[in-house]
Design a protein around this ligand. Structure first.
Ligand SMILES: [Fe+2]
Length: 467
């Protein structure tokens, strides 16, 4: 068959080109990346993988991880698991590697889940730490002792540089391992903002909690050395009445403690921490958030407490995204958006990070808050007071990539790509932060997407003072 060719009469060529350019430009959506990846099935690493290795020695502490223990970064919660017997819940720590002259006593817990019984899960909060200081710590006192270290965040202040890593929906596949290795090779991250869906143990028969243990051992190589700020996702719910498991979030609550009480929260699913020049609010997509709910009341009281003269950067984490143009989990965050979005605009949130969708997307600054039930104004519009919404649920769990997108790209979507990766949010001072997204196929120096963030609060103040 001959190839069909459309010949344009010569005088009409430039005109047609202009018309076509007009068509292309008339679509307000941003860029859908043309990056071509090798599509392979995402497979979990087998149980005998080296990344899941149980540390040697009797009752050796495993699954060691840390998170900030208070509002302003002078405390750290150290958590670990022992398998043979409870052993000690004590942490020895200090600034001299050879002389751990401070100690704190923690507690241990354990739980049963169907036919699984957990190890002894220890949590110990160490307090009164100096800011911006490297601490060494030891756990497993009395049996096999293991040592680690971390650096506390600098004292909270408006121009304090601080760099966050962003990881979501990690799981424990070969791709998860590539993502974590890629993040570790990126030397800038000082703490991880984790946007939910940790182990994906619930994808196994009877939510095989052995996969919670393997996941804990897998992430220890990062999570024992820098605080990971936890957000609960749907894979943390573990609600399975068929097998008698009717307490939601049971494994997650036992294993991952967060400092919710220090921000006046009544539950570990919504809370806040301050790190450097950032105020980070963690929200719960799978806890009640409607009007009068505890989360609603907490957030209503929390936003006015944010002092942008001390923490200029206002970051919100949640699991289900509000602005998502993939055909996966489409509009699952909509009801929360309807309830909370006007606050985000009023209080000028700088950026919202979410997961859940296994791909990457960044929005323009948009809001959709003009609608009332009679005016019909129900489309996102550009809004300089609105946050940028970033979906970063692309760390590579066994469920694979979300590849199917709504077409054409909606006007609120600035950049989207269906690849695994992580991101870095690098705060320079009160006005500027540099954000980069790194797909796994590139070296860590390569940013597949990037953006300079101009702080919503201080940008406005500068603009006013310039007038
Ligand atoms: Fe999810």
């Amino acid at each position: 068959m001959g190839r069909w060719r459309w010949r344009v009469p010569r005088p009409l060529g430039p005109l047609l080109a202009l018309v076509l350019m007009g068509i292309v430009n008339s679509c307000d959506g941003g860029l859908t990346s043309s990056f071509v990846r090798k599509v392979e099935k995402t497979i979990d690493m087998p149980l005998d993988s080296d990344v899941f290795r149980v540390p040697p020695g009797y009752n050796a502490p495993q699954q060691v991880h840390i998170t900030q223990g208070d509002q302003d970064g002078t405390a750290m919660i150290i958590s670990w698991v022992t398998e043979d017997e409870p052993g000690s819940s004590k942490v020895l720590y200090g600034t001299d590697e050879d002389k751990l002259d401070l100690s704190a006593e923690g507690k241990y817990t354990r739980y049963k889940f169907y036919n699984y019984t957990s190890g002894y899960i220890h949590h110990c909060e160490i307090k009164n730490l100096k800011h911006d200081t490297k601490y060494y710590y030891a756990v497993g006192i009395g049996h096999t002792v293991r040592k680690f270290w971390f650096t506390t965040p600098p004292e909270v202040g408006p121009d304090v540089p601080y760099t966050f890593g962003l990881i979501g929906d990690l799981g424990q596949s070969y791709d998860s391992n590539i993502t974590l290795t890629h993040y570790e090779s990126n030397p800038r991250g000082q703490a991880v903002l984790f946007v939910g869906d940790l182990s994906y143990a619930d994808n196994y028969p009877f939510h095989d909690n052995v996969r919670w243990d393997t996941w804990g051992r897998f992430v220890e190589r990062s999570a024992a050395y820098q605080p990971w700020i936890w957000t609960a996702g749907n894979h943390e719910i573990d609600y399975v009445p068929d097998i008698g498991e009717t307490v939601p979030f049971k494994p997650y609550r036992h294993r991952y403690h967060v400092p919710y009480k220090s921000s006046g929260s009544i539950a570990p699913f919504w809370y806040s921490v301050k790190m450097g020049s950032a105020h980070v609010i963690v929200l719960a997509s799978y806890s009640a958030y409607g009007k009068y709910s505890p989360q609603y009341k907490w957030l209503e009281a929390e936003f006015p407490k944010v002092d942008r003269s001390k923490t200029p950067w206002l970051i919100v984490l949640m699991h289900a995204p509000w602005y998502n143009s993939y055909n996966y989990h489409y509009m699952e965050g909509e009801s929360m958006r309807v309830i909370y979005e006007s606050w985000f605009v009023k209080y000028k949130v700088d950026v919202v990070f979410a997961g859940h969708v296994h791909a990457y997307e960044r929005s323009y600054r948009v809001s959709n808050i003009a609608y009332n039930i009679v005016n019909g104004k129900c489309e996102p519009v550009p809004d300089e007071s609105a946050p940028v919404y970033i979906t970063i649920g692309d760390a590579g769990n066994l469920e694979g990539l979300a590849t199917n997108m709504t077409e054409p790209q909606p006007s609120y979507s600035a950049f989207r790509e269906s690849s695994f990766g992580h991101a870095i949010f690098d705060i320079k001072n009160r006005t500027h932060a540099y954000y980069t997204w790194h797909r796994n196929q590139d070296g860590n120096a390569v940013a597949a997407d990037s953006m300079w963030f101009y702080n919503r609060y201080w940008k406005a103040a500068e603009e006013i003072s310039d007038m």
